[in-house]
Design a protein around this ligand. Structure first.
Ligand code: KG4
Ligand code: ZN
Length: 343
């Protein structure tokens, strides 16, 4: 079966052709980073307009690279939430038009499930149940994956997402959006012990995370240090701040593992591209840790095609009336029929 995946939930326009026998045959991504950089974050109106401009070209290119004709596609999979409404609408309308025009089934994909299953694209042997941790620019969620399609959210942030905390810190230091990769690079020259950031305590639950207090601590620290830090000081700041975020991710992971006996842990989403985070998890947890290949960490249509295929297998096609849902939870996915324990 050949699946066309379409992803436009935020600021990346991406299409991918996934063949269920051969794996991913192509993934094409058009980034809008340069258009948003000067605003220090994503401007929704610009995002949807850019998707509209490039999506047909991105799709054509994905088919070309996959050496696939339109009529060789068997399924259209598209992200329908969560994300920016205008951006989602561009992808979903395009996908519905293709589905109608080609006479092929369509399946609506939850972007978070795409991130959650992305480690399986390269590791088909991850044992269930596992703890899937999504750390991206919009989400920080800990999800028990009992099988594909059977999920239970067990922990999440009460305020900012981990990637958002990195991007906001980057803004304070004048590092362009998205700041995560540059903070990672800078941190390699500094010491994680140079500055002490507190481990946030969330009263509501020992499983809850919080990042906004760390951002405020960083802001106060920067104020006290003055405006002209040396390159080494910036490196120390990046290393210490990044470590404070990752340490919190690890502390909560250990708490969850203490309560839920899982066989493995996965990290996915943009922040999971970070090697320091990968090393920390790999060296500190009692169960095997898996990560997606780096190109599957940040938003991409490969994970949407892959997830779309599995959802289609479990629940069949969707009708053309499905909506875009800007605030869509992973808990909205219920595949009660599913009793599998592996792919
Ligand atoms: O998954 P993603 O592309 O978009 C969302 O669905 O949010 O994640 C983007 C986030 C940004 O906050 C970016 O700063 C962060 O992932 N990120 C990283 C790295 N690469 C991207 N954070 C830390 N280290 C990285 N190497
Ligand atoms: Zn994402």
């Amino acid at each position: 079966m050949r699946v066309l995946g379409i992803e436009t939930s935020c600021d990346d326009t991406s299409c991918s052709v996934y063949d269920t026998d051969q794996g991913i045959r192509s993934v094409v991504l058009s980034s809008q980073e340069v258009f948003h950089q000067k605003y220090g974050g994503i401007v929704p109106e610009i995002a949807s307009r850019k998707h509209l401009e490039v999506l047909p070209w991105v799709a054509e290119h994905a088919l070309l690279e996959a050496q696939t004709q339109w009529d060789e596609l068997d399924l259209i999979a598209v992200t329908h939430g969560p994300g920016l409404v205008g951006s989602l609408l561009v992808g979903v309308d395009y996908a519905k038009t293709l589905s109608m025009g080609l006479g092929r089934p369509i399946v609506a994909v939850n972007h978070l499930e795409g991130h959650l299953l992305s480690p399986m694209m390269d590791h088909s042997d991850i044992a269930f149940p596992f703890l899937g941790i999504i750390v991206s620019g919009g989400h920080t969620e800990y999800i028990l994956v009992k099988a594909i399609g059977r999920y239970e959210k067990v922990a999440e942030t009460v305020d900012d997402a981990c990637g958002e905390a990195l991007d906001k810190f980057g803004k304070l230091l004048g590092i362009p959006y998205p700041a995560g990769p540059l903070i990672e690079k800078k941190a390699q020259e500094g010491s994680k012990n140079a500055y002490a950031f507190p481990l946030p305590k969330v009263k509501k639950s020992t499983f809850a995370l919080s990042f906004s207090g760390l951002k405020t601590s960083a802001m106060l620290l920067l104020k006290s240090l003055g405006s002209d830090q040396t390159s080494l000081e910036v490196a120390h700041l990046c290393a210490s701040y990044q470590h404070a975020l990752f340490h919190q991710l690890l502390v909560v992971a250990k708490r969850v593992l203490h309560q839920y006996p899982v066989k493995a842990v996965t990290l996915s989403g943009g922040v999971a591209a970070n090697q320091t985070l990968r090393d920390l998890f790999q060296s500190s947890l009692p169960v095997p840790c898996f990560f997606p290949g780096r190109k599957w960490c940040t938003d991409n249509a490969g994970m949407i095609a892959f997830t779309g295929y599995h959802q289609y297998r479990l629940r069949g096609a969707d009708t053309l009336t499905f909506p875009v849902v800007s605030r869509l939870s992973i808990s909205s996915i219920h595949n009660s029929k599913n009793s599998e324990v592996g792919i």
